[in-house]
Ligand binder design. Structure first.
Ligand code: BGC
Length: 371
């Protein structure tokens, strides 16, 4: 089994080498003569069978959005007539590399990837591309690889801006005039979204730190100091515990920037356990438990990025590839370190108790939590 795999890897590697250097073995950067490997765009332009296999490689199921994606990809791909291989990698890079490798071996025509680590899939994705498979990044950017044809996501800088603005609005609404004592949290550093969420938030918060409205009492303001390894809620809770015991004895904490809902609940729990009044805390994902906490006033805000819409957009792109129409025109492009990647960008929506009923009007499951 192992042997077979390394042989096939070797063959694919030789194929890539041949394609890169031209068949005669003369190095060539020009496109003209060499019968190049079928590029993903070429395969998308030719189309493929209506019941083809589509692979979906998700990073983990540790937050509600990924668990929803797991279920919705299966449902929506099968409803569209495709065979779906949907897997998650338990946040482990080698496991995800193997899963993508086996999707290639299983003849997938498109592979959708939410990477565990945005920059660790270069080789396997380039292998997929060289085999004529279209590769679509889902929710997270695929970095440092030419093996990507587009990325479908909610704007990540915009998401951060909404989180920063919600923190400011919540402080003004609930914590008097200020200055306000705050702390900052970021997501998992391997996830390309995490630094972007933080960057977007700091666009809004930094001027208020500079003018003294906000005071980061710990002084920890760099993404690297604030990041939460692997988006692990318990690590965020441990950091919050130590921030509170180290910097807030006899001092009130008014607000905390949180990159998602799981970390928001960890921050709120740590604050309660330290005997603090609940600070204003931002979030992301509109997870069920946080929707309930927002409704009861325990968490101030979240940002909704509906999974069904993101999966729906991805399946629409796959249907276009199947029909031989190539990739849809993207909304914008972003450089991933190796190429400009087309990005299909959807708009995230901030949700507080005030607009929850409007925001979830089309979401019966979440509406049912608002009572
Ligand atoms: C997603 C978030 C999610 C986080 C942790 C991010 O890339 O955009 O929705 O909360 O990963 O799973």
């Amino acid at each position: 089994m192992k042997k077979k795999k390394s042989l096939s890897l070797f063959l694919v590697a030789s194929f890539i080498m041949a394609a890169l250097t031209g068949c005669g073995g003369t190095a060539s950067n020009t496109s003209s003569a060499a019968p190049a490997a079928p590029s993903a765009a070429a395969s998308g332009e030719k189309g493929f069978a209506a019941d083809a296999t589509i692979g979906v490689a998700l990073p983990w199921l540790g937050t509600q959005n990924w668990a929803e994606a797991d279920k919705m990809f299966k449902e929506q791909l099968e409803a569209a007539g495709f065979k779906a291989i949907v897997q998650h990698a338990d946040n482990k890079v080698p496991q995800q590399q193997q899963q993508i490798e086996s999707m290639i071996q299983n003849g997938a025509k498109v592979i959708v990837v939410g990477p565990v680590d945005g920059s660790q899939l270069g080789a396997v994705l380039e292998e997929a591309s060289a085999a004529g498979i279209s590769v679509i990044g889902y929710d997270r950017l695929l970095e440092n690889t030419t093996g990507v044809d587009g990325v479908v996501q909610f704007g990540s800088i915009k998401t951060g801006e909404l989180q920063g603005q919600a923190l400011l609005d919540g402080l003004a609404a609930q914590k008097g005039k200020g200055p306000y004592n705050i702390e900052l949290f970021g997501g998992g550093p391997a996830d390309p979204n995490a630094p972007n969420f933080f960057k977007g938030a700091m666009k809004v918060l930094q001027p208020k730190i500079d003018d003294g409205t906000l005071v980061v009492v710990s002084g920890q303001k760099d993404f690297t100091q604030c990041a939460t390894m692997d988006w692990d809620n318990s690590k965020a809770q441990a950091r919050m515990d130590s921030l509170l015991s180290g910097f807030y004895s006899g001092k009130e904490i008014h607000g905390v920037l949180s990159p998602n809902d799981g970390i928001a609940r960890a921050i709120i729990t740590a604050s309660e356990q330290a005997g603090q009044k609940i600070p204003v805390v931002s979030g992301l994902d509109a997870e069920n438990e946080s929707v309930q906490w927002i409704w009861s006033g325990k968490q101030y805000s979240t940002v909704a990025k509906p999974t069904d819409v993101l999966v729906g957009k991805t399946v629409e792109i796959i249907k276009g590839l199947q029909a031989g129409k190539g990739m849809l025109a993207p909304d914008t492009t972003v450089n991933n370190g190796k190429k400009d990647v087309g990005v299909y960008e959807l708009a995230p929506v901030v949700v507080t108790k005030e607009n929850a009923k409007e925001a979830f009007a089309n979401d019966a499951g979440r509406m049912a939590l608002l009572k």
